[in-house]
Each structure stands twice: as structure tokens, then as C-alpha cells.
Design a protein around this ligand. Structure first.
Ligand SMILES: NC(=O)c1ccc[n+]([C@@H]2O[C@H](COP(=O)([O-])OP(=O)(O)OC[C@H]3O[C@@H](n4cnc5c(N)ncnc54)[C@H](O)[C@@H]3O)[C@@H](O)[C@H]2O)c1
Ligand SMILES: [Zn+2]
Length: 664
């Protein structure tokens, strides 16, 4: 029973991360973490075949396609690759092939970390380009592919039909350039070059593709009408001669030792490559052998993908600094002797909190092992006590705030230590940065460095001061701390524009503890204006969807502070909007008299979000289906309610339907 539950839990988790990764191009966890949970599921399903199901994520490929992009059926199903994680697995694959085939040759290639596309050519002309999608149906990204220089638009040898497969990717340099630009304008920071490449290729504006400099490596020939190839290497060489950018410097091997050497060589060069790879692919070279071996529903039997373990390095902790967050939280940060790790220079790593430091016993002067899980954020894995200098003391986060000197205290029953000072400069800076951030007031051009400069030079002390910044226009232009005239004017304009925001943005911007943008939205949708929220009582707030005791207490204590009242008065005087627009929308009660029942998991909304939308337009949400039910909003794994709805002939709608019902 326990196992079955775990299997189901893993399936749900993987489906969720697949959605984030393949469909939204915005993963929440690293590939390394994802691979760990997939591996666990694969092992359990193998060990307990009685719990195997046909639609498990281990049996499926990729994601679905976007609504806006044209769907195209694949000629040859685009499958995934069998992952392996150890030397033993590589040897056993190679040796098995050697046993089954007569003197096979193997090709070892870099596994480029991008997204797969299929390119089609008619009589030598590029006519269609498709993403993998779910492997059977992909989405056309032809217009965007036209903007990639290394996709040949026509090739010299004109066979009636040619289909090749390749990986679209972005170089590290371009990736960093774009993120730097995003940071300057306070925009979204992309997690990895792979997501940005995928997101770029799957959006609707080809001009963006051009500007973002995508590239492609072709790694397989699928179909070539009118010509036979004996081997993969022969086809790659031919593709190269036709102007394709082919999977670079592939390696031809005979034995498991040679294959492993090739894999190790790629591994050693990994962090000096100009683009990201997430492994090495070992393929049987002979195409007739490949045909004989065939494939499972998900992977070919003639190839495996070896995934490298995260790179680890030894370094020393030179110091531990303490940072002060927006809510006064003190976060210890290890200052490390700089080392190159997974392609970047690492000189700091968060130590999270006192418990983390205690658990790993990390001290100043210690030699530690660091790694980048999934190659993004470095973490300290462990310290090496044998190499510890004799004078190294156990580390304790100080009991005063390093910025303002006020006492710092550990939360009751919590691990966080916070500055209790009410006048803490470090907190104030973070507070303003947060106020300006995308989820909050979304003030473009007001990123961390501008806020810090403005506050250090005394132009602003708090968020209300932002709205009088225009009085210092000339001075700011002369001083140049924001930039030239244009930057200053843009900033002033953006600040001015933020006055018109709905109050959920403002409430988010206050940075009340435990009140994120979703909670702020609920508040805005249920009260007329900020004054009524400030006057709201416990009993009123606790009935709101998803509001819990701690959150309500936090809201009440925030609005009880006299300093908050003064601040809000100043914002009002500057003309910052204090009226709920979400509530205005409520007057649109197109769902009045209609009852909805929700069932199953919706693709992108939580049930509460769907409920909120329905209620906002005057509809009711009920728990059970009856003849009086107007609509059943059904998602994945919908159960008995859906059956009942069908029986009673109640209209069944999807999340998409609901969205279109409330459009304009
Ligand atoms: N972080 C997350 O939330 C998350 C979610 C889903 C998937 N993932 C990552 O994606 C991986 C699964 O992705 P997948 O289904 O694309 O399979 P895969 O990455 O295991 O391998 C298949 C793909 O590799 C690519 N490839 C690159 N170079 C190649 C070459 N030389 N030859 C052949 N193929 C080459 C092709 O696009 C092919 O479709 C996971 O292992 C995980 O790392 C991460
Ligand atoms: Zn402080």
C-alpha cells in the first residue's frame, strides 16, 4: 500500500514538473532533481509491475503542444532516450550490443541541452519545422526556424523528401547577455539557456528569435527518399556536406572502454564548451542494426544517454557573512575561495540558516565540498573535519543585526533569525526593491542597484518617497546614478504609471509577511478599497478562501501599525490608487444564477483560482452534481462527478472553456 501511494505521488509530481518544463518552459526544479524522482519511479515500477499503468509518465514523451501554434503530425514518432547514470550501465549497454550484433561500431556524441526539432525538406527546400510535442503531434515553429542562420533554407542535393532531427539551443554567452539585459530592466531572469531557447522558439514573434540568436545542431537523419545510408556516421557526414550544422566532433568507438573514454573526454570538456550539454549519447552506428533492434514506446533500443553527475569541487570557507532580508531575516552566506564550478566562478554559497550550519558543522576556515545541483545554484555539501584548522570555532549567527545593530531573535518554533529593528536600512532597501518588483508594483527600471543607489544617496527612505522622486529630476540627471536623461525620465514615468495599479499589486508590494500576490488578489477581489481592508476584522478575513490563522494575524498586525497608517496616507496624497478594480469587475455577473461543480485537476489553475473566477462573475460553486448544476468544470482524473454529469446531461466544460467564457 505504501509503495502504491509513493508511486502515485511520484507520477503526479513528475506530471507537474513535465508541465512546467515542456509546456511552460519554466521549470521549478533542476534537471538533476527531476532525474532523481524519475529514476525512483522507474525503479519502483520495475520492482512492482503490479502497479504499472500504461499512462505513467515513464511511458510518455515530452509535453503537449501550445494552442496558438499549428499542430503537425510526425512522420516518425519522436521518442526520448534511455538515461543511464553510471559507468556500469554504459558497459552493460555496450556489451549487450556487442553480444547481440556482429562487431558493432558505436558513435558517442554530445547531448546538447536544448529542444528537439524536426526539419522537413521537399526537393531540397526547407518547408516545415516542428517541435517534438508529445512525440506523435508536434507544433510548427517554421517561421521561427527561418530566423536561425544555421538552418539551411535549401540544400545542394535535392532529394524528393528529407527529414532530419536536431537540437535548437542557445550559447551560454547569448544566454548571459539576455539575462543581463533583463536584470537592467527589472524583467524576468531565465533559469537556464535551455528554457530560454525553448521559450524563444515556441513564441509567436519571429523577430524575437532573430534577436536572441538561436542555433542548431543536427544529430540524426530520419528519412531521405532516394538515397540509402549504411550508417549513422555516413549520414552525418553527408548532412555536413549539405550545409547542416552537425552534432560536433562525434567519436567512433568499438569497445566499452573506448566508449567510456569518449564519454569521459566529453565530460572533461563540458564546462569549457560555449553551450550547455546534459550528457553524452551512445548510438549503434549501423542503420540496419538499428532497424533490427527497434524501439520501445518511449526509447530506441540502440542508444543510451549518459547523464553526468553534478560537478563537485573542494574549496575553503574564508568567511561567513550575514545578509538581512526584506522581512529582517538574517541569512548566512559562505564566502568561498573562488573556484570554477560547472562553468562559472563560484565565490559564495548560501548556508540557509543556523540549523543547516549546525547540521553540517560548517566553520570559517573549513575545507568544504561544493556542488551545483542541476548546475545552477552552488551548495555546500559537507565540510571535511580532517582538514579543519585547529582554531576554527563553531559558527553562530550573531544576535545583533549586522546592518542596524538591533537585536536579532530566533522565531518561536522556527529556524529563522530576524532583525527586530524597526529602522533597519538593509530591510528598508529590500522592502523598496520588492515593492518595485514584477509581482508587486512592477516599476520598470527600478532594479536592486538603482534602489540601493537612491537610498544610499538619500533620495528615498521608503516606498512613499518614490512618488516624489520627480522633484529631483535635474539632480538625478546630473549625478548619473540612474543613468542619463532618458533613463531618469523613463523611471519617473514608470513610477507614475504604477499609481494606476490595482490594489492587489499595492498590497503585494507592502510585503506583509505570508501575504503573496495570490493572497493580495483575494483581498482585492473581496473589498471595495484599501481602507476597508485596513478596517477588516479577524472574522471577515478568516472566511476568505485559503486564509489561515497565521496569515490573518499577520495582516491584522501589519495594518495596526501607526507607521503603516502614515505611509498609506502619504501614498494616498501622491495619488496612488486605493480602490479595488477587481471588485468593479464583480459588477459583471454573467454567471449569476449559474452553479458550477469542479472535479479533477485543472491544467493551470488551482481549484481556488477557478472558484474565484466563477464567484467574481456572480456564479456559485457547489460540491455535488445535480440536475440544477449548470456546468461541471472537469480536469484531469475527474471521477464520479463527471460520470454523474454525463448521466444527467449537465454541460461539461474545460478550463479553456471557462477562460473563454470570461474573456472580454
Ligand atoms: N527540471 C524539470 O522540471 C524537468 C522536467 C522534465 C524534463 N526535464 C529534463 O529533461 C530530460 C528528459 O528530456 P527528454 O524527454 O527530452 O529526453 P532526454 O533529454 O533524455 O533525451 C532525448 C533528447 O535529447 C536530445 N538530444 C540532444 N543531443 C542529442 C544527440 N546528439 N543525439 C540524440 N538526441 C539528442 C534530443 O532532443 C532528444 O529528443 C530529463 O532527464 C530532465 O533532465 C527536466
Ligand atoms: Zn537590522
Amino acid at each position: 500500500m505504501e509503495v502504491k501511494k509513493r508511486i502515485e505521488e511520484l507520477r503526479k509530481l513528475i506530471e507537474y514538473h513535465n508541465e512546467r518544463y515542456y509546456n511552460q518552459d519554466d521549470p521549478e526544479i533542476t534537471d538533476y532533481e527531476y532525474d532523481q524522482i524519475s529514476l525512483e519511479l522507474r525503479r519502483l515500477e520495475k520492482e512492482y509491475p503490479e502497479f504499472a499503468v500504461a499512462d505513467s509518465p515513464t511511458q510518455k514523451v515530452g509535453g503537449s503542444s501550445k494552442r496558438e501554434l499549428r499542430k503537425v503530425q510526425h512522420d516518425v514518432p519522436v521518442v526520448s532516450l534511455q538515461d543511464v547514470f553510471s559507468k556500469e550501465d554504459v558497459y552493460s549497454f555496450v556489451n549487450k550490443m556487442i553480444q547481440e550484433l556482429s562487431e558493432p561500431t558505436f558513435i558517442v556524441e554530445k547531448k546538447i541541452d536544448g529542444l528537439s526539432v524536426v526539419l522537413r525538406y521537399n526537393d531540397g527546400s526547407f518547408v516545415e519545422g516542428i517541435t517534438r510535442g508529445d512525440g506523435i503531434i508536434g507544433e510548427s515553429v517554421y517561421e521561427n526556424l527561418l530566423e536561425i542562420q544555421n538552418v539551411p533554407k535549401s540544400i545542394p542535393q535535392k532529394y524528393p523528401y528529407l527529414e532530419v532531427r536536431g537540437e535548437v539551443y542557445m550559447t551560454n554567452e547569448t544566454f548571459e547577455r539576455i539575462n543581463r539585459k533583463q536584470e537592467e530592466v527589472g524583467g524576468k531572469i531565465y533559469q537556464t539557456a535551455r528554457n530560454l531557447a525553448a521559450g524563444t522558439l515556441r513564441q509567436l514573434d519571429s523577430a524575437i528569435v532573430k534577436e536572441r540568436n538561436l542555433d542548431i545542431f543536427v544529430f540524426n537523419l530520419e528519412i531521405c527518399q532516394g538515397r540509402e545510408f549504411a550508417s549513422h556516421s555516413e549520414s552525418l557526414n553527408w548532412l555536413k556536406s549539405q550545409g547542416f550544422h552537425v552534432s560536433p566532433d562525434f567519436c567512433v568507438c568499438k569497445t566499452a572502454d573506448e566508449v567510456w573514454e569518449a564519454i569521459s573526454n566529453i565530460g572533461n570538456s563540458r564546462w569549457s564548451l560555449p553551450f550547455g550539454i546534459d550528457g553524452a549519447v551512445v548510438k549503434v552506428d549501423s542503420l540496419s542494426d538499428r532497424a533490427r533492434l527497434g524501439m520501445t514506446s518511449k526509447v530506441p533500443r540502440w542508444a543510451v544517454a549518459y547523464k553526468y553527475p553534478p560537478e563537485q569541487k573542494e574549496t575553503t570557507v574564508e568567511n561567513i557573512e550575514v545578509q538581512v532580508g526584506r522581512t529582517g531575516r538574517l541569512t548566512p552566506l559562505a564566502i568561498l575561495k573562488s573556484v570554477r564550478l560547472a562553468g562559472t566562478t563560484v565565490s559564495r554559497a548560501t548556508l540557509h540558516n543556523q540549523d543547516y550550519i549546525d547540521m553540517k558543522d560548517i566553520r570559517i576556515g573549513d575545507t568544504v565540498i561544493i556542488q551545483k545541483a542541476g548546475d545552477i545554484i552552488p551548495e555546500v555539501l559537507r565540510s571535511i573535519p580532517e582538514k579543519r584548522p585547529p582554531e576554527a570555532q563553531k559558527y553562530m549567527i550573531p544576535n545583533v543585526c549586522p546592518k542596524c545593530g538591533a537585536p536579532a531573535a530566533r522565531e518561536e518554533n522556527g529556524v529563522e533569525i530576524r532583525c527586530t529593528g524597526t529602522d533597519c536600512f538593509a530591510q528598508a532597501i529590500r522592502g523598496v526593491i520588492y515593492f518595485a518588483s514584477k509581482d508587486a508594483m512592477n516599476i520598470e527600471g527600478l532594479g536592486p542597484s538603482s534602489v540601493e543607489a537612491l537610498m544610499t544617496d538619500g533620495y528615498i527612505k521608503d516606498i512613499a518617497d518614490l512618488y516624489s522622486l520627480k522633484n529631483y529630476r535635474e539632480e538625478l540627471i546630473n549625478k548619473g546614478i540612474i543613468g542619463k536623461e532618458k533613463s531618469v525620465d523613463n523611471l519617473i514615468k514608470a513610477i507614475d504609471k504604477s499609481k494606476e495599479n490595482d490594489i492587489d499589486k499595492l498590497i503585494t508590494g507592502f510585503g506583509i509577511r505570508n501575504v503573496g500576490k495570490q493572497t493580495a488578489r483575494v483581498l482585492a477581489a473581496n473589498f471595495r478599497d484599501l481602507d476597508s481592508i485596513m478596517e477588516a476584522k479577524y472574522d471577515q478575513l478568516i472566511t476568505l478562501p485559503d486564509f489561515g490563522d497565521i496569515m490573518v494575524q499577520d495582516i491584522l498586525s501589519f495594518f495596526a501599525r501607526p507607521t503603516v497608517h502614515t505611509l498609506i496616507d502619504r501614498l494616498k496624497e501622491s495619488g496612488v490608487n486605493m480602490v479595488s478594480r477587481a471588485l468593479d469587475k464583480k459588477k459583471d455577473d454573467r454567471f449569476s444564477g449559474k452553479t458550477f461543480v469542479l472535479t479533477g485537476t485543472l491544467p493551470s489553475m488551482t481549484r481556488d483560482e477557478a472558484t474565484e473566477i466563477i464567484q467574481m462573475y456572480g456564479g456559485k460553486v457547489s460540491g455535488s452534481v445535480s440536475k440544477k448544476t449548470s456546468y461541471v468544470l472537469a480536469g484531469e482524473d475527474a471521477g464520479s462527478k463527471l460520470v454523474k454529469a454525463r448521466e444527467l446531461g449537465v454541460a461539461i466544460i474545460s478550463e479553456e472553456d471557462l477562460k473563454s467564457m470570461v474573456e472580454n
